[in-house]
Design a protein around this ligand. Sequence first.
Ligand SMILES: [Zn+2]
Length: 405
Amino acid sequence: MVRADSSRTKTGQGAPVRSTAEPVVAVTGGSFGDNRTMLSVFSSPSRYTQGRNATASLAREMKTLGLYPPALIVAGGSAVRLLSQVWERTFAEAGFGYSVHAFGGECSFAEIERVSASARHSLAKVIVGAGGGKVLDTARAAASGLGLPVVNCPTVASSDAPCSALSVVYTEEGVFQEYRIYGRNPDLVLVDTEVIAQSPPRLLVAGMGDALATWFEAKTCAAGRVRNMRGGASTGSALALAELCYRTLLADGVQARRALELKAVTPALERLVEANTLLSGLGFESSGLAAAHAIHNGLTAAAGTHAYFHGEKVAFGVLVQLVLEGQSRERWREVLGFATSVGLPITLEQIGLRDLPRESLEQIAARATAPGETIHNEPFEVTSATVADAILAADAEGRAYSSTL
Ligand SMILES: [Zn+2]
């Protein structure tokens, strides 16, 4: 979920979902008839480890979980540059054999197969993904296909995908192809904040946009008792984590961004990275998605938005959800104040849609309200006409707020 040209979403709605070696368990969106029989499901990685220089503990953490060598590390360019020497030390200390597969640049069938072949060749017992979202997606896909455990080491905090149990697969040319949803979350998610601190501030801010949506969508799904991403009802725990996610953004977002601009690891950055990665990840997967992410999906239909990150488009989707749900002025001020303080977009122009033609608006609204989209988790009827109006109203709110700054 970190590419600028992102048609990625976190739901298989309206897109082909291919079954993998593991059973497909997640069904999202909509009410599913007899909710009295629906179980509550909370899903998470087996272990989440975060902190400055966490990579130095990677092999030890893996050993704790009973993950054994040899390991295959699927690594993006910056991961190789920043972490090669640390891997050498941590795996040597633990007596772990490992090899490195340089990521080919796209989470495609071909790359997943190359990683799988490399894992078979090296007799890997565990696959470690180290890099951005596509690297982690590829590692998860290959590991799932081979029935191996997987470790995710994100090098950016730009979305809440690292803790989740799905991959988005593209063609070699980068065109969206399908979602793969797995039965298990990663065995370990290890976040090295020293590495995150080297990433571009805009990516951290995009992650805040993704995380901004979590509580609003979670509340809507829990109140409507619709299915979460794992096919069950939400839990009080997931909802509490989603709310903590929101509170952490408000409390630490600005300071965390400043810290990242200095490439400094501070307590505020630590808390914010946890919110973007863990709290948001658990919140969305175990509570569900609603209007904000569906609006994101709609926005990807407009070419003008392709230069913007997933989380940036989701942030605007949050505003549209606030319109649809008739949220209070107080909430509007809070959300707009936060978004502008960290640099998230609040108008159509800020996501590349200045002077949006009516036809394009209708296209976005139609895509956002496609059958099975998570916008139908809202507790009222949503049509493409109401969404088109809500998009314009959200933009007007954003513009009005901007003019007061
Ligand atoms: Zn998202």
